[in-house]
Design a binder for this molecule. Structure first.
Ligand code: ADP
Ligand code: MG
Length: 830
C-alpha cells in the first residue's frame, strides 16, 4: 500500500497513452502523515483511472474516509486544474463549503486565492482560483449564466447522499451538460461523492445516465462501536436526557471526546449552557450583553407615532413590477433561505429546568462547543482544534456532524435519534419544520462517528424497538416538499418541460402540476391555451414558459408567493415594508408560541398572565383603523419596527415575546432582500434602514393589496351567520380547497374584527384549523387583484360603459364569482 500511494507509484502507473501530468504539491510532513492514514489514499489510482476513462464516476465512502479533502487534491495533481478549467466542488451546506476550502488550502500549502469558496453573498474566489468549493445553489445559479460551465474542467458533487433538492437537480443537469461538453470537444468530468452505499438512484437511473457510471467504494478503517440503547424512550425531553447521559459519560468513563446529536440551534445552545454550568471550565462562556435596559414602551411609542396624511387611497397596479435588467443576475444567490435543517424554527423554547439535579464533579473540566450550520466560521473551526490540555472535548451538534464534518478524537456519541425536517402538508399547502425520528442509515452514520480513531461507544436515547421502526434510509428531500420554487428556478434556467427533467428521484406529478398552476396564477409563467385538443392542452399545462415577471421573481431568494410581493413592492414607496413583511414571514416562528402548555400548575398560571400581556402587546403593534386591517402582518411589521428601535436586544425580545434569533435573522434577510431588489431594479436605489418609520395610511392600503396579490390562493371567506347550520362552522371561514372550516386564532389581531374576506399565510392545525398571518381583504379587490380566480359576467348595462381617455379604451362593469366556491363578488369596472 505504501508503494501504491506514493507519488512515485502514481506517475509510473499511468497509461502510456495518457500524458503523465503531475502538478507537484508541497505538503507539510504532519499533513502528509495524516493523509496517508486516510482510506481514500489507497484508492487514488483507481479514482484517477476511472476519471480518465469515464465522463462520470461515483465515489462511495464512509464519512471521514477523505473524499472531500483528498479527491480535489488528486484531480489537482493529475492536472485537471492546470489548463483553462478549474475544479469545482459543491456542498449542500455553507459550513462545509467554507471549512473544507480552508482545510484543503492548508493541506496543499496554497493560499485561499487558489483554493477558494463561494457561498451566498460571500466568497474569496480570485482569478488565480484553481479549486472552488461552493454551495449547490451557487453552481445552479452559474449554470443559469453559462449552461456549459466552461470555467470548469471537473465538477464534484459532494454529499450526494443527503439528496438535497439542489444537489439532485445539479446531477440531473450535469448528466446532460457533460456529454454536451464532450461532444463540443471541451471535455468535462463529473464526480458524484456519497457517504452511503445506496447509490442506485444515480447509477441505475436510465433517464439520468445511459451507461451506468462506475462506482468506486472506499473501505473505511472503522473501529468497532458498541451501541447502547436506552431501555425506554423519552418522548419529550430528549435534551434533558442527553444532558444526563453526557454528564454520566464525563464522570465515569475514560478520556475521549463526546459528540452529542440534537436537532436544532436552540437545543444545542440550551444543552451547552447546562453542561457548562454543570462542569464550569472558564468564565465568559455564557452569553453576555443582557445588561442593557430595554425601554419597551418608549420604543413602541416611537414606532407607533405615525404622522398620517389624509389623502385618497392608492390602488396598486398588477402590471407595475420591477423588471429584471437583461443578462444581469445575482450571481451568488442560493435559493431557499431558511432551508437548512437547523436554520428554521426550534420547537424547544422552554428554558432549562433544574440544572443542578446532576451532582457533577466539576473538577474535570469539560470543553463544551456548539456546532450547527449557521454558527460563525471562527466558532466552527474550534471543533477541529485539540481541546485545551487536561480537558475533555464535548461537541453538541445538529446533524452537520453526521456526515459533512468529521471531528477528530470522538470516542462517545450521544444520539437523540431525531432530526429536524421540513414537512409539507398537501391539504393546507403549508410547510413547517418538525422534529421526527431519523433513519436507520443516519443513526448508524452518527454511531460511526465514535469509531474513527479507536473503539468507541454510541448511546442512543431510545430503545432498540424504536430503532427497528425507523425507516431504512432518509428519503429524498424533493419528495416531501413543495416544488413551486424549484419549478420557478428551473423555468428560469429555460427548462420548460419540468416533468421530463431527469431527476434522480422525481417529485410526484401531482406536486409538479400544482406548482405549475400556482406559478401561472401568480403570473410567473405564461398561461397555457384554454382551447384545442385535450392532449395538447394537458401538455402545454406542464410546459409553460417563464414570463418577465417570473424572471424577476426567480431572482429573489424567497418562496414565489413572497417573491411576487417583492416584485410589486416598489409602488407607493412600499418596498421597505414589503421587504420587512416578507422577511418576517420567511423567518419562521418569530413570535413566542402562546399556546405552549405549562409544565406545572404554577407555570401554567404564569403563562396565562404572560399570554394576556403579549396578546395585548400584539394588539398594540397592530394599531387601529387602517393599519389594523393589515392584521397579523401589521403585527409583524410593528414587532420588527419596535424591536429595531430598541436596538434589537435579547432583553427586548424576551420581554415582548419575540424570538431573538428570529429577529436577528430577519435583520439579515432584510439586508439580503434589499440587495436582491437593488440588483433587479437599480433605479429604486434602496438601502436598509433598520429603524424604519411606520407606514402611512396610504402605504398600509397598498401593502394590503400587495399581500393579496401574493397570497391570492390563500383567500378565505367568513361563513354568514344565516348559513351556519352545523355548529362546527360557527365563526368559521371557508376556503376554496378545504371541506372543513378554518378559524382566526384568538391571539390574532383580527380575531375581534372578523372581516368577510381574508388572506392567510398558512394554516396550522392545533386544537382547530387556525389561519396564521391573517390580513383583511376588501371584497372589490378580489376581482381586481385576483382576476385569474374569477369568472366574469358579460358587461353590465348599469352603470353604463364609459370611454376612458387615458387608456383610450371603453370600460364597463362586470360582476364575477370566485372559482370553485362561486362566491358572488361586487361588480367592478374593467
Ligand atoms: P469525507 O469527505 O470522506 O467525509 P473528509 O475529507 O471530510 O472525509 O475528512 C478527512 C479527514 O480530514 C478527517 O479525518 C477529518 O477529521 C480531517 N479534517 C477535515 N477537516 C479538517 C480540519 N479543518 N482540520 C483538521 N482536520 C480536518
Ligand atoms: Mg465529505
Amino acid at each position: 500500500i505504501e508503494e501504491k500511494i506514493s507519488d512515485q507509484g502514481k506517475v509510473q502507473n499511468k497509461k502510456p497513452s495518457q500524458p503523465a501530468i503531475f502538478i507537484p504539491v508541497d505538503r507539510s510532513p504532519e499533513i502528509q502523515e495524516a493523509r496517508l492514514k486516510l482510506p481514500i489514499l489507497a484508492e487514488e489510482q483507481v479514482v484517477m483511472e476511472a476519471v480518465r476513462e469515464n465522463p462520470c464516476v461515483v465515489i462511495c465512502g464512509e464519512t471521514g474516509s477523505g473524499k472531500t479533502t483528498q479527491v480535489p487534491q488528486f484531480l489537482y495533481e493529475g492536472g485537471y486544474a492546470s489548463g483553462n478549467g478549474i475544479i469545482g466542488i459543491t456542498e449542500p451546506r455553507r459550513v462545509a463549503a467554507v471549512s473544507m476550502s480552508h482545510r484543503v488550502a492548508k493541506e496543499m500549502s496554497l493560499s485561499t486565492r487558489v483554493v477558494s469558496y463561494q457561498i451566498r453573498y460571500e466568497g474569496n474566489v480570485t482569478d488565480e482560483t484553481k479549486i472552488k468549493f461552493m454551495t449547490d445553489g451557487v453552481l445552479l445559479k452559474e449554470i443559469q449564466k453559462d449552461f456549459l460551465l466552461q470555467r470548469y474542467s471537473v465538477i464534484i458533487i459532494d454529499e450526494a447522499h443527503e439528496r438535497s433538492v439542489y444537489t439532485d437537480i445539479l446531477i440531473g443537469l450535469l448528466s446532460r451538460i457533460v456529454p454536451l461538453r464532450n461532444k463540443k470537444g471541451m471535455p468535462m468530468k463529473l464526480l458524484v461523492m456519497s457517504a452511503t452505499l445506496r447509490v442506485e438512484d444515480f447509477t441505475e437511473n436510465q433517464k439520468l445516465f445511459r451507461t451506468p457510471p462506475p462506482v468506486i467504494r472506499v473501505d473505511a478503517r472503522q473501529f468497532p462501536v458498541t451501541i447502547h440503547f436506552n431501555k425506554r424512550t423519552p418522548l419529550e425531553d430528549y435534551t434533558g436526557e442527553a444532558f444526563h447521559k453526557t454528564c454520566k459519560i464525563h464522570r465515569m468513563l475514560p478520556p475521549g471526546g463526546i459528540l452529542v446529536f440534537l436537532t436544532g440551534q436552540v437545543e444545542v445552545h440550551s444543552l451547552c449552557r447546562r453542561l457548562r454550568k454543570a462542569f464550569p471550565f472558564r468564565k465568559g462562556n455564557t452569553t453576555t450583553g443582557e445588561d442593557e435596559e430595554a425601554d419597551t414602551s418608549e420604543a413602541m411609542r416611537k414606532f407607533k407615532k405615525a404622522k398620517q396624511k389624509k389623502t385618497s387611497l392608492p390602488r396598486i397596479d398588477l402590471d407595475n413590477y420591477s423588471a429584471l435588467p437583461v443578462d444581469e443576475g445575482d450571481e451568488d444567490r442560493e435559493a431557499g433561505i431558511g432551508d437548512e435543517e437547523d436554520g428554521g424554527s426550534d420547537l424547544d423554547i422552554g428554558d432549562d429546568p433544574a440544572d443542578t439535579e446532576e451532582k457533577a464533579d466539576p473538577s474535570i473540566p469539560l470543553y463544551v462547543l456548539p456546532l450547527y450550520s449557521l454558527l460563525a466560521p471562527e466558532q466552527q473551526a474550534k471543533v477541529f482544534r485539540p481541546p485545551p490540555p487536561g480537558t475533555r472535548l464535548c461537541v453538541v451538534s445538529t446533524n452537520v456532524a453526521e456526515t459533512s464534518l468529521t471531528i477528530p478524537g470522538i470516542k462517545y456519541v450521544v444520539d437523540c435519534g431525531r432530526v429536524k425536517k421540513r414537512f409539507y402538508d398537501r391539504v393546507t399547502g403549508v410547510s413547517s419544520f418538525k422534529v421526527t425520528w431519523t433513519s436507520q442509515a443516519s443513526a448508524n452514520q452518527r454511531a460511526g462517528r465514535a469509531g474513527r480513531t479507536e473503539p468507541g461507544h454510541c448511546y442512543r436515547l431510545y430503545s432498540s424497538a424504536v430503532f427497528g421502526d425507523f425507516s431504512l434510509f432518509s428519503e429524498a428531500e424533493i419528495t416531501r416538499r413543495p416544488v413551486e420554487d424549484l419549478v420557478l428556478q428551473m423555468k428560469d434556467l429555460n427548462i420548460d418541460k419540468v416533468v421530463n427533467f431527469p431527476f434522480p428521484t422525481p417529485p410526484s406529478a401531482e406536486a409538479l402540476v400544482a406548482a405549475e398552476q400556482l406559478l401561472v396564477s401568480l403570473g410567473a409563467l405564461e398561461e397555457p391555451p384554454r382551447t384545442g385538443r385535450v392532449k395538447e392542452i394537458q401538455r402545454a399545462r406542464l410546459s409553460c414558459p417563464i414570463t418577465p415577471l417570473g424572471r424577476a421573481m426567480a431572482s429573489f431568494p424567497v418562496a414565489p408567493r413572497y417573491a411576487k410581493m417583492l416584485a410589486l413592492g416598489k409602488q407607493q414607496d412600499c418596498l421597505p415594508y414589503v421587504i420587512a413583511v416578507v422577511a418576517a414571514m420567511t423567518v419562521r416562528e418569530l413570535f413566542e408560541d402562546l399556546d405552549r402548555p405549562g409544565r406545572s400548575e404554577d407555570e401554567s398560571s404564569k403563562l396565562t398572565q404572560r399570554r394576556a400581556r403579549l396578546t395585548q402587546m400584539r394588539r398594540l403593534w397592530a394599531g387601529q383603523g387602517a393599519s389594523l386591517l393589515l392584521g397579523d402582518l401589521m403585527v409583524m411589521l410593528g414587532a420588527v419596527g419596535a424591536c429595531e428601535f430598541a436596538g434589537c436586544t435579547p432583553k427586548f425580545c424576551e420581554a415582548n415575546g419575540l424570538r431573538y434569533k428570529a429577529m436577528v435573522e430577519i435583520r439579515k434577510l432584510r439586508g439580503q432582500l434589499t440587495n436582491a431588489v437593488n440588483a433587479v431594479c437599480p433605479e429604486v436605489g434602496l438601502f436598509v434602514d433598520p429603524e424604519m418609520t411606520p407606514p402611512t395610511e396610504q402605504q398600509v392600503f397598498c401593502l394590503r393589496q400587495i399581500v393579496v396579490a401574493g397570497l391570492g390562493d390563500h383567500l378565505a371567506r367568513r361563513v354568514q351567520a344565516e348559513d351556519v347550520l352545523d355548529p362546527k362552522w360557527k365563526n368559521g371561514y371557508k376556503t376554496p380547497l378545504m371541506d372543513d372550516p378554518v378559524f382566526i386564532h384568538p391571539t390574532s389581531a383580527l380575531f375581534k374584527t372578523m372581516p368577510e374576506f381574508v388572506v392567510y399565510q398558512e394554516i396550522m392545525e392545533t386544537t382547530k384549523m387556525y389561519m396564521r398571518g391573517v390580513s383583511a381583504v376588501e371584497a372589490e379587490w378580489v376581482p381586481q387583484l385576483l382576476p385569474q380566480y374569477c369568472h366574469f359576467s358579460p358587461p353590465l348595462e348599469s352603470p353604463p360603459p364609459r370611454f376612458c381617455s387615458s387608456t383610450g379604451t371603453i370600460r364597463c362593469h362586470r360582476s364575477s364569482t370566485f372559482f370553485r366556491v362561486g362566491w358572488q363578488l361586487p361588480a367592478v369596472e374593467m
